[in-house]
Design a protein around this ligand. Structure first.
Ligand code: 5AD
Ligand code: SF4
Length: 513
């Protein structure tokens, strides 16, 4: 029996086991929709539909009255933003937020599937919550996000985590009211995971975290299918939002006083390509957004394969698009890049970097790197180290390759022992730290503009924020500085942060760093 058959059989066995429950509850059939990675891999030709009429059914409006919710978020900014949407829906249903897990009536765990250790954290979190259901059986516990798109995860939860009441997928978030209702009525676990993406839904309610920086989705899904990556399976095919809807949202955020927006997508460079006849890409979108009066605009994440000259041109104009580009390289060796399915070479990546540097001389480049890919040799790994030197990244997120079921890389034999992978990660991380530290030194004595976000994590008396180039700055200042762009003279550079003296609100005469 192959892996695929084994999985579908185990789902059937579980479904069989739950037949009695189904008989008790007619609706169970309706809400038992488990995921399939095989289905999720398909890319249909059907054009994306846009839904601008989303409304919460009136009959759910009082569902949350007198009840509280808490959402625990793992993973990337996309998940953070999905949490804002779920918080928006729950608030619209009358639920109040709480940060006390013991007081929450609905607990949602928004999960990340990108690496095995991210998944393990979630399973231990669900395990830790078992006592809650014993003490307060009326609490509803839901698992959502990328992990719920994997059938192996759904099986494991069905089998071992009876304390979970609902599992719903990344394409089902807008159905949260219906899913909650089912969970209140049903004794069985409610599983609703669509493997195929649905429409782009525009007017979902949101409760944003804070009023200084905002996430703005510009597209959903990914069609790149890098061989190690689970995201194209968990997030569906690429679907761009319409330019006018994005621009409208950014304008609204500017009016509300937000200081920074980050345009989000798994690969934002593909923006617009899926909309027939649009002929409008990320470069055009950045150009339009640069005309909006909002101080800072970031975008993430860019794939080096389709980073266009138009994008470089717009960033080089130096308006509100910050000169920081996160450009995941993953490896510095051509053979590894090839089996990763990255569609560029070391040479073409370096060529892109030199074009970017030539046109944006003050650009900051950061990256993502995976070490210990199946069969990566010592020499191949060293090419990643030399590429790091050649580019001089100011920071990098580094990972040991993690096998993800259902991805092409999961079928590759791997001859690299785990301790070799760990050693490579440590060697790479030493380089990352050295470059990050070096990049900080020139700031000593300089004045930088900092978007002050609040108090520092370590000291409540100290305020903290980021420069345009994403450097963390700590300084003492009146609380009134929070939410503003302020000038700070840097006194001391550390490896990953800067300490400075507050000079006052940012004056435009100071060249920002
Ligand atoms: N193993 C390790 N790292 C991964 N990433 C994505 N998938 C995997 C995996 N299976 C990393 C890549 C990507 C970042 C978001 O996570 O570096 O750019
Ligand atoms: Fe994953 Fe590659 Fe898509 Fe990024 S571009 S989300 S690494 S498949």
């Amino acid at each position: 029996m192959n892996e695929e058959q084994r999985k579908s059989t185990s789902i059937n066995i579980l479904a069989e086991r739950d037949k009695k429950e189904k008989a008790k509850n007619r609706d169970f059939e309706h809400v038992y929709q488990p995921p399939s990675l095989r289905e999720a891999r398909k890319r249909g030709k059907a054009e994306v539909q846009y839904n601008n009429d989303f409304q919460i059914n009136e009959r759910y409006r009082n569902m949350g009255r007198g009840r509280t919710f808490m959402i625990k978020t793992y993973g990337c900014q996309m998940n953070a933003h999905d949490t804002e949407v779920m918080a928006g829906i729950l608030s619209a249903l009358g639920y109040e937020p709480t940060s006390d897990v013991n007081a929450a009536d609905v607990i949602l765990i928004n999960t990340c599937a990108i690496r095995e250790n991210a998944e393990n954290k979630v399973f231990s979190e669900i395990g830790n919550l078992k006592h809650l259901k014993r003490e307060r059986p009326e609490v509803l516990l839901g698992v959502c996000g990328c992990m719920s798109q994997e059938e192996s995860v759904v099986n494991k939860i069905l089998k071992s985590f009876q304390n979970v009441d609902m599992i719903f997928g990344t394409h089902n978030i807008h159905r949260l009211p219906e899913i909650l209702e089912e969970a209140y009525l049903s004794k069985a676990m409610v599983v609703e995971v669509w493997s195929k993406e649905g429409d782009v839904i525009e007017n979902l309610p949101k409760v944003r975290e804070g009023n200084i920086k905002a996430w703005v989705n510009i597209m959903y899904g990914c069609d790149k299918f890098c061989t190690y990556c689970i995201v194209p399976f968990t997030r569906g095919k690429e679907r761009s939002r319409k330019p006018e809807d994005i621009i409208q949202e950014v304008r609204e955020l500017a009016r509300e006083g937000y200081q920074e927006v980050t345009l989000l997508g798994q690969n934002v460079n593909s923006y617009g390509k899926d909309i027939k006849g649009l002929n409008y890409g990320l470069g055009d979108l950045l150009a339009d957004i640069s005309k909006i009066d909002i101080p800072r605009v970031r975008f993430t994440t860019s794939h080096p394969w389709d980073f266009t000259d138009r994008m470089i041109e717009v960033i080089a104009e130096g308006g509100n698009i910050v000169p920081h580009i996160h450009l995941p390289v993953q490896s510095g060796n051509n053979a590894v890049l090839k089996i990763m399915g990255r569609k560029y070479t070391r040479e073409s990546y370096l060529d892109l970097v030199s074009r970017i540097k030539a046109q944006i001389p003050d650009v900051v480049l950061t990256t993502d790197i995976i070490v210990g890919y199946p069969n990566e040799s010592e020499d191949q790994f060293r090419e990643t180290l030399t590429l790091y030197d050649e580019v001089g990244f100011e920071h990098a997120y580094t990972y040991i390759y993690s096998q993800r079921d259902g991805t092409p890389a999961a079928k590759m034999k791997d001859n690299v022992p785990q301790d070799v992978k760990k050693d490579r990660l440590q060697r790479l991380n030493r380089k990352v730290a050295a470059y990050s530290g070096e990049a900080m030194k020139p700031y000593e004595g300089e004045v930088v503009s900092v978007l002050c976000e609040g108090t520092s994590k370590k000291d409540d008396e100290v305020l903290a924020g980021y420069t345009e180039k994403n450097k963390l700055v700590n300084f003492r200042a009146p609380r009134s500085a929070i939410g503003k762009i302020v000038d700070v003279r840097i006194d001391e550079a550390h490896q990953f942060s800067l300490n400075g003296t507050y000079l006052g609100e940012h004056s435009r005469a100071v060249v920002s760093q």
